[in-house]
Every structure is written in structure tokens, then in C-alpha cells.
Design a protein around this ligand. Structure first.
Ligand SMILES: O=P(O)(O)OC[C@H]1O[C@H](OP(=O)(O)OP(=O)(O)O)[C@H](O)[C@@H]1O
Length: 213
């Protein structure tokens, strides 16, 4: 996708297929509010969540040029592993990488390969959400992958927007008895130094210019 019109088109195609705004948000990697905005801009009817009244501020990150090619993805994994190593100066100690489903999992796999580390995955609570209070739900670690307890780990995802998903994952790892020592993402749209005291390393930063306030 090259521009917002492509996004509007995709959002409306998905809406026409009957997807909710939450599902469209998952597919397009944007917030639920942004999904609602995109559908309404395309002439569709927003479902479940109201459109925001303020100007749109989210930024869609299309990293499919990496995601569709395993070789390129492995290069990104190498870069992220290197960046995470700069966090604590010695990532040879870390033998576990936790990927946040869905998009963070392939990235985490390449980072784990690079570090010769184990792989765990976490499905955040938003994946179970349809309606109602999302705080009543909980995420979960897949039993098909490595255990967390008593281990230090890196946490990997594609993007940070609000930081909600990464923060939830850090807390879930701590509750599971693990210790996150660094977070790695392709793009941190919020520009945070750390979340819950865990350093955040981003290959790219979004810096807004020319805006008031
Ligand atoms: O910082 P936040 O506001 O929580 O947003 C970032 C999250 O949103 C995206 O997930 P999404 O559910 O859109 O897609 P995915 O499940 O395919 O990864 C992204 O992969 C992060 O997990």
C-alpha cells in the first residue's frame, strides 16, 4: 500500500466482506479508531466503534517488503538482535525471545535464530476481544513454544502505537515468572525510552514535524 487511499480501499473491501472494525484493525495494523475512520472515509458504515471526531493521527506502517521475503526478514532480525544487544551490552546472556502475535512472531523467530535463543509467543488479549470490556480478558502464551518462568528475555513486535500491547506483554511475562530485559520493534510510533522500566529499542522512529502543539 502506497497511500491513505489504498488503506481506505482495503478497509472498505474488508468491511464489505463483513469484518468488524476490530478485525479490520488487525488486518491493516492500525488502531480500531483508525479502522473506523478509514471505513467511513470510504463511504462504508462503521461497526461497533464510533469514528474519532478529531483529525486522524495514526500512521500505517507497511513492512510487507520485509514480511513477504524470508531472506529480507532474516536481515531485519539480525539488525534487531544487534540493536537489542546494545541495550544491555551483552545479549549472549539472553536465551529467550518472546514474539507478540501475530505480526511479532515471525520477527521474533528471526531474532531468536540470530541469538541462538529459544522462542516463546504471546497472544495479547485484544485477539479475543469482540465487544465489552477488554480488561475482563487475558492474553496467553502458546504451549507449543518455550516456557518463560525464571528466564530473562527480549520481547519483539512489529510496531508500538499506544504501547498498550507491549505493556500488557511485559506484565504478562512478569506474572509468568519471567524477566523482560529489552523490547525490540521495527517502528516505535510513540517514541518511548522504556515501558514498565524495560528499555525499548526501535529500528525506526516516527518524528512528527510541522504540527502545532
Ligand atoms: O501499541 P499498540 O497501540 O498496542 O499497537 C501495537 C500493536 O498493534 C498491532 O497489532 P495488531 O493487532 O494490529 O496486528 P497483529 O495481531 O497482526 O500483530 C501491532 O502488531 C502491535 O501488536
Amino acid at each position: 500500500m502506497k497511500n491513505v487511499d489504498d488503506l481506505i480501499g482495503s478497509a472498505n473491501e474488508l468491511a464489505d466482506q463483513g469484518l468488524s472494525n476490530g478485525e479490520i484493525a488487525d488486518e491493516l495494523n492500525v488502531s480500531r479508531e483508525t479502522a473506523s475512520w478509514l471505513v467511513e472515509r470510504g463511504g462504508g458504515t462503521a461497526t461497533r466503534e464510533p469514528a474519532p471526531t478529531d483529525a486522524l493521527e495514526d500512521i500505517h506502517i507497511d513492512w510487507s517488503a520485509f514480511g513477504r521475503d524470508s531472506t529480507r526478514l532474516s536481515y531485519v532480525g539480525r539488525a534487531m538482535a544487534d540493536l537489542l544487544g546494545s541495550t544491555d551490552g551483552d545479549n549472549e546472556e539472553i536465551d529467550l525471545v518472546v514474539g507478540i502475535e501475530k505480526a511479532g512472531t515471525p520477527l521474533a523467530t528471526t531474532v531468536a535464530l540470530e541469538l541462538d535463543a529459544d522462542l516463546a509467543t504471546y497472544a495479547p488479549r485484544k485477539h479475543q476481544w469482540e465487544e465489552g470490556d477488554i480488561d475482563d480478558l487475558s492474553g496467553n502464551f502458546s504451549r507449543n513454544f518455550a516456557e518463560i518462568r525464571d528466564r530473562e528475555c527480549y520481547v519483539v513486535d512489529d510496531t508500538i502505537t499506544s504501547g498498550t500491547t507491549m505493556t500488557e506483554t511485559i506484565e504478562a511475562i512478569a506474572e509468568e515468572g519471567g524477566t523482560p530485559v529489552g523490547c525490540g520493534v521495527l517502528v516505535d510510533k510513540r517514541g518511548v525510552e522504556d515501558l514498565e522500566g524495560v528499555p525499548v529499542e526501535s529500528l525506526l522512529q516516527v518524528i512528527r514535524v510541522g504540527q502545532e502543539g
